[in-house]
Design a protein around this ligand. Structure first.
Ligand code: AGP
Length: 579
């Protein structure tokens, strides 16, 4: 969703902002813009891809702000793109979030003679500042903040000044502190090229940055904020010779899996409250919810601790048992639905945890305990390595709580993940790529893996795909089966195998072509499958995780064959910051 960047230092701000916006592209956007001071305010706005407009930007100045917009109020257009200026064109603002009371503010401002050009909520901000500005930008911004209802991260610049004033409430904002230069951004990625020293601004913070330094205020009082170090490296956010970020990130999974296992092991002491819980509720969305479902299966079957997964957007409709442990799971740590669910859980008195990949993200400020996945930055909208990292975190949590019951499975995954990545999915791609509907099926742990496989396929190839517990097909979805409806099945030796084989036969009897991911040497599964993808002989628990990588590869290669925009699929945003 929207992303913001600001630069003050000795470089050309427009160039830094454009580079920064490219780093934020992954969040999803439809238009973008930048403004610089030199000493007048100059603004450039455009719709479409940033890379296409890069050479058209000729703004001068060493102080500037930039924005990628994901339309909420008003259609994607140049007019509705940020930055916005006041009536005089002397104040420019970029904003992430939603100003809920903008309509009333706008009516009042119009009555007082202000002219608006866009349909956005943001445009009220520069006009409000205009009314209070008498030469001290920080003071003017601090006076209008109490008028804004909703969520915001804003950056403000003014003609004739060399400063950026920033404020945050509910939307993320990071300040990079370099050597004679400062970079604001919605997350750490645009900052990495300049410094790794960052301050995660807190709700209610107002920051003033000038060439002389930075000061952070809460109300009128200056406050100290810890300077943290970004763990990620600038090289992590480059494609590094891969055709797509998604492919690069998939190949990082063996390392990510081990890094995350270590991260949880180092934090073993924090797990006692989960071990002692009467029940555990996990809240998450999308891929994170699928990884959480793997956790629920493992917690119930290995540790005997009742564990349920509730979609974060539905959590408010579920009462939390008293003293329950609630774990919010989110790669970004910024998903609005998940943040809101965790806040509700906290209000209800739950013991709160979060599992996230982003240091200093919003979830980490709400949860009492944070467990980090160590996936590194994930740029592709389709989550791959962050899913594997979440599964790694969950497996290690269960392993520690159970006194080592998953040790063997963890070791098998570490050993065989590279082999799974090298699987041959070409014939499977041929079988599925022209279908209009695909069904993914599995049982036990293979069920959440099937849901994740279907999610990957639909989001990047745009083929309709649904994941089902294999036993559910006969309760309705069988009606869809025909030779035009391929079924992708995860069928591995172990507790689910015999009945899974029966399900495969039932599907076959209804003419649906089958792609079966099974275990090498399984002649029965190979015989029934139209396309058989063999995995190394490992335990069922390890096998389903290896299968999830094969399903990622199947989705990736299908999307490439169909020519979709793999890393930035249509209509989607990486970080979903609205409920
Ligand atoms: C999956 O590929 C998607 N990127 C999406 O489902 C994602 O997992 C979901 O939006 C939750 O994001 P989060 O993990 O950052 O909270």
């Amino acid at each position: 969703m929207c992303g913001i960047v600001g630069y003050l230092g000795y470089r050309q701000a427009a160039e830094v902002c454009m580079e920064g916006l490219l780093r934020l592209e992954y969040r999803g956007y439809d238009s973008f813009g930048i403004a610089t001071v030199s000493p007048e305010i100059a603004v450039f706005k455009e719709t479409g891809k940033i890379s296409a407009a890069k050479d058209a930007v000729h703004l001068k100045g060493t102080c500037g702000i930039g924005h990628t917009r994901w339309a909420t109020h008003g259609v994607p257009s140049r007019t509705n793109a940020h930055p916005f200026t006041d009536c005089t064109g002397k104040i420019a603002v970029v904003h992430n979030g939603i100003i809920e009371n903008y309509a009333a503010l706008k009516r009042d401002l119009e009555k007082r003679g202000h002219t608006f050009v866009s349909e956005t909520d943001t445009e009220v901000i520069p006009h409000l500042i205009e009314e209070k500005y008498t030469g001290n930008l920080r003071e003017a911004v601090s006076k209008i903040l109490p008028l804004l209802e909703g969520a915001y991260a804003i950056l403000v610049i003014a003609e004739g000044t060399e400063e950026i004033v920033a404020a945050r409430k509910g939307s993320p904002l990071v300040l990079g502190v370099g050597d004679r230069e400062y970079v604001f951004a919605s997350d750490g990625l645009p900052i990495l090229d300049y410094t790794r020293k960052v301050i995660y601004l807190e709700d209610g913070d107002l920051a003033e940055v000038t060439p002389a330094g930075y000061t952070i205020y809460q109300g009128k009082k200056p406050v100290e904020r810890k300077v943290a170090t970004l763990e990620w490296d600038a090289a992590d956010v480059r494609k590094g010779g891969f055709a797509h970020y998604m492919l690069k990130e998939m190949y990082e999974q063996p390392e990510v899996f081990s890094n995350t296992i270590n991260s949880i092991t180092e934090n073993a002491a924090a797990l006692c409250r989960i071990r002692e819980a009467r029940s555990v509720t996990v809240v998450a969305c999308g891929t994170s919810a699928n990884a959480s479902t793997v956790f629920a299966y493992l917690m119930e079957s290995v540790c005997g601790i009742p564990t349920r997964v509730v979609l974060a957007s539905e959590f408010k409709y579920f009462p939390t048992p008293k003293n329950d442990v609630v774990i919010a799971v989110s790669q970004s740590g910024e998903t609005a639905d998940t943040i809101s669910a965790l806040k509700i859980a906290k209000e209800r008195g739950a013991k709160t945890f979060c599992v996230t990949n982003v240091l200093g993200s919003s979830l980490t400020r709400i949860a009492e305990t944070t467990l980090y996945t160590r996936a590194g930055p994930e740029v592709s909208v389709a989550a791959t390595k962050s899913f594997t990292a979440q599964v790694a975190a969950f497996m290690e949590i269960v392993n520690i709580i159970s006194g080592g019951m998953l040790k063997k499975a963890v070791a098998e995954i570490q050993r065989y993940l590279p082999e799974a990545l090298d699987c041959d999915v070409e014939s499977a791609v041929e079988l599925v790529k022209d279908a209009s509907t695909l069904l993914y099926v599995g049982r036990g742990l293979s069920y959440p893996i099937s849901m994740e496989g279907a999610l990957k396929m639909k989001e990047i190839s745009y083929i309709h795909a649904e994941g089902y517990a294999a036993g559910e097909l006969k309760h309705g979805p069988f009606a869809l089966l025909s030779k035009e409806t391929p079924v992708v099945a995860v069928c591995l030796p172990g507790s689910t195998y015999p009945v899974m084989m029966s399900n495969l036969k039932e599907i076959k009897a209804r003419s649906a072509p089958e792609v079966v991911i099974g275990c090498v040497g399984d002649i029965d599964a190979e015989e029934i499958a139209d396309v058989f993808i063999p995995l190394p002989k490992v335990s069922e628990t390890a096998g389903v995780i290896l299968a999830s990588v094969v399903l990622q590869m199947l989705a990736y290669k299908t999307a490439v064959a169909l020519g979709t925009d793999v890393d930035m699929p249509r209509n989607l945003a990486k970080s979903v910051t609205v409920e």
